[in-house]
Write a protein that binds this ligand. Structure first.
Ligand SMILES: NC(=O)c1ccc[n+]([C@@H]2O[C@H](COP(=O)([O-])OP(=O)(O)OC[C@H]3O[C@@H](n4cnc5c(N)ncnc54)[C@H](O)[C@@H]3O)[C@@H](O)[C@H]2O)c1
Length: 440
């Protein structure tokens, strides 16, 4: 099938390349002319394992192309996926301006039936608003459908997830739309055996916000438990393991730490809370999730400050700038909280991340970057760990200690064992675990 994807970012590019790989003819559209130009030269705008060979192969075989023109995308394909950003608006609501703009543009250029598929994460009932907007621009005799197909891929394993999703959720309200989406996804469903769920559009839209908010809630829950652990002598890793083996709970998203970040959870929880407010339902549960998340960062900052006493003039190595390993995405990453706060306190910073430098540097220019974690830690008064990159987890701890001025490690990801750190002579602070093992 011919498919156009408008918005060629983390979601649009991976989805477009995956659709091409399973045999569809794909045109990826983006209004960022530089990004499109670079993609045509096969330069990837994001770091995602397996993406480059996938894009290269499908461009070479003529199934994947790039354009800056929504008009061209509308002329090219009957099915148009919307994968533009839905960033936070002024009050935390989802900013729908890109979605609206593309909807209007598609409607203006339609010369026959089109199916517009919301892949961007949007508030429930967006399709009704999008439909009204399109109706104002489209010729009266031209039919169209809107469908919802929320995306669940995870940055860091996005290419794998595109071919092996847990489920595909599709919100459709016409047989014509349903048939097209079934045909598009058939190869992935056949090969992966994943569940393919059809439902009404509002349910599909809501599934995305409900899922992301639930995952954020799980993280905040274990972080709240971690605070109780710190106050009682329990170890949150042991508690989480004891909980996670219960099949009703499951082990995922029970890692205590500095809290969730990234381009999805913070904004999606916020948008869901705002949406509920607008609908007249107070989702206080999620407000607590947000407060716990913010509290974790402040708590870790206090640990660092209490250990260093006076921050002014100290040197801190920040290891890990991406919001999680496997991606270069720094949107809402914990590092964006700590770096400016430490700078305000006149701390000398040294940064290290294996892939996120290019995305982080424009936001906070002028801070020295090291090529290795050890180089960042040289002569530091403390190391602050914010991402569990393999290079961090596998650090040679003896060498780390030998290069630091003071062997203080504040670990926002519980990357190391407290007993090992103690034995190696570190002053070690982590989340929800005792700095020293209790003796009996
Ligand atoms: N990143 C993820 O892990 C993830 C996962 C699931 C869902 N989502 C959702 O998918 C959507 C896209 O997220 P993303 O991370 O890919 O964002 P992104 O910022 O990486 O990409 C969005 C792209 O849309 C382009 N764009 C904006 N307005 C445009 C317009 N009018 N015409 C053409 N292109 C336009 C931008 O230039 C950008 O390249 C969001 O709603 C997000 O919440 C993201």
């Amino acid at each position: 099938m011919k498919i156009a994807i408008v918005g060629t970012g983390y979601v649009g590019l991976v989805t477009g390349a995956a659709f091409a790989e399973i045999g569809h003819d794909v045109l990826c559209v983006d209004n960022d002319a530089r990004k499109v130009e670079r993609l045509r030269q096969l330069h990837m705008p994001i770091h995602e394992e397996g993406l480059e060979p996938l894009v290269r192969r499908n461009v070479a075989q003529g199934r994947l192309r790039f354009s800056t023109s929504v008009q061209e995308g509308t002329a090219f394909a009957e099915v148009i996926f919307l994968a533009v950003g839905t960033p936070p608006g002024y009050q935390g609501e989802a900013d729908m301006s890109y979605v609206e703009q593309v909807g209007r543009e598609v409607a203006r250029h339609m010369d026959g039936y089109r199916l517009l598929v919301e892949k961007s994460t949007v508030p429930v009932n967006t399709s009704a608003r999008l439909g009204r907007t399109m109706n104002r621009s489209v010729r009266e005799d031209i039919p169209f459908d809107i469908a919802s197909n929320p995306e669940f891929l995870r940055e860091g394993s996005a290419v794998h997830d595109a071919f092996h999703p847990d489920r595909i959720v599709v919100g459709v309200e016409s047989e014509r739309a349903a048939a097209r989406l079934r045909a598009i996804y058939k190869p992935i469903v056949d090969r992966s055996g994943c569940a393919y769920l059809e439902m009404n559009i509002a349910s599909a839209e809501l599934t995305k916000h409900a899922s992301n908010s639930f995952l954020a809630m799980k993280i905040s829950y274990i972080n709240a438990v971690s605070r109780i652990c710190e106050l009682t002598g329990a170890d949150v890793n042991h508690v989480a393991r004891g909980m996670g083996l219960d099949s009703r709970i499951g082990p995922h998203f029970l890692q205590a730490g500095v809290g969730y970040g990234g381009s999805c959870f913070p904004k999606d929880v916020d948008a869901f809370v705002r949406l509920a407010d607008e609908l007249g339902y107070r989702l206080d549960l999620l407000k607590d999730v947000q407060a716990i998340n913010a509290g974790q960062r402040e708590h870790l900052m206090r640990k660092l400050q209490q250990e260093l006493w006076v921050l002014d003039g100290k040197t801190v190595a920040v290891l890990g700038l991406a919001f999680k390993p496997g991606t270069d995405d720094v949107r809402e990453s914990p590092a964006l909280y700590f770096v400016p706060r430490l700078q305000e306190r006149n701390v000398t910073l040294r940064l290290w991340d294996p892939v996120a430098r290019a995305k982080f540097e424009p936001v906070h220019p002028g801070i020295p970057f090291a090529d290795t974690p050890l180089e960042a830690a040289r002569d530091a008064d403390a190391v602050l760990i914010l991402t569990t990159w393999p290079e961090i987890v596998s650090l040679d701890l003896d060498r780390l200690k030998s290069v630091m001025r003071c062997p203080v490690v504040v670990d926002g990801r519980n990357a190391f064992e407290p007993a090992v750190m103690l034995e190696k002579g570190f002053v070690y602070h982590s989340c929800g675990r005792q700095p020293q093992p209790r003796m009996h």
